[in-house]
Design a protein around this ligand. Structure first.
Ligand code: ADP
Ligand code: NA
Length: 294
């Protein structure tokens, strides 16, 4: 099995569904409330575990009830949580308002994620024992840089999802093997709205890029080669939440198994297409048997 370390966030998503989102100073009565385990790190960990990876989660939850639920959820998905610390104080939370048009507004409070500013010897050892390290940008940048550097120095392949998009320092990009932005993140990072143009700019900083393009599929580009567009399976999408995280988790598993890039992208696209056909994020992530059967 592919050993994958995920260095990233764990959040409880607190979702309010309402016909219309409130304006400033306004109160509205909503329809429904749901708590859903989330955080890009935890979502990628669940996706990779279900896709057939042996996954260790590095990060932190709080010492509140959400922390227990988040840890249990990861363990239930088969993710190793020995390096998911329990920090004093609240877990990370995302406060999400979804209106009837499907538009959302989100406040993220990092909570315990914010205390992960540096890595200890246990985390460094776990990264060194992995074939791949998955990272996003929902932990303090200092920890992400340290993880990327540790992975590189041990020959561990590094994959970064640059979300939420922000200017990235060279000390991070210099240690990234594969960057996987969505279309918006690629545009923001490169200053180029067109994906081929964005890929060319990003390849100055990292050797390989996959720009995910929603229902259009993804654009793969590597230094010295022509960019290639991989179409997504045509499916009836009901909820695209978590599609990107499902894609990256499955991609990591397939790459870790040594599959050629085209095959790994097909596996990732199949996994993400299954995710969008069901409501929810981590609950709709497919198992390996479903991906292979699709
Ligand atoms: P994110 O969820 O990070 O915004 P995207 O929207 O680009 O990322 O979706 C990630 C991947 O999920 C796409 O590259 C594609 O493979 C798959 N995907 C997303 N939306 C659809 C869809 N409507 N139909 C089929 N596949 C989809
Ligand atoms: Na979904």
């Amino acid at each position: 099995m592919t050993r994958i370390a995920v260095l990233g966030s764990t959040n409880m998503d607190l979702v309010a569904y309402t016909a219309r989102a409130p304006g400033r100073g306004e109160t509205v009565t909503g329809r429904e409330f749901r708590t859903v385990p989330g955080g890009k790190g935890a979502n990628q960990a669940v996706a990779a575990a279900r896709a057939g990876g042996e996954v260790a989660m590095i990060g932190a939850v709080g010492d509140d009830a959400y922390g227990t639920l988040l840890r249990d959820g990861l363990e239930h998905a088969g993710v190793d949580t020995d390096l998911l610390h329990t920090a004093d104080g609240p877990s990370g939370t995302a406060h999400i308002v979804v209106d009837d048009t499907g538009a959302n507004a989100i406040v993220v409070i990092p909570g315990a994620n914010g205390v992960v500013t540096a890595l200890g010897p246990g985390e460094i050892a776990a990264i060194a024992e992995s074939e791949l390290l998955l990272m996003q940008l929902e932990l303090p940048l200092s920890a992400v840089v340290e993880g990327a550097r540790a992975a590189r120095s041990q020959g561990v392949r590094t994959i970064l999802t640059p979300s939420p998009a922000q200017p990235l320092p060279h000390e991070l990009l210099d240690h990234i093997d594969l960057l996987v932005p969505n279309e918006h993140e690629a545009a923001e990072l490169s200053g180029q709205a067109e994906p081929h143009a964005a890929a060319q700019i990003l390849l100055r900083q990292v050797p390989e890029v996959v720009i995910t393009l929603g229902a259009k599929g993804c654009l793969y580009a590597a230094r010295g080669g022509e960019p290639v567009l991989f179409e997504a399976p045509s499916v009836n999408a009901v909820d695209t939440t978590g599609a990107g995280d499902t894609f990256v988790g499955a991609l990591a598993v397939a790459l870790g198994e040594g599959r050629p890039v085209a095959e790994a992208l097909a596996f990732a696209s199949a996994a993400a297409a299954l995710c969008v056909q069901k409501p929810g994020a981590s609950t709709s992530m497919p198992y390996r048997s479903e991906i292979e059967a699709s």
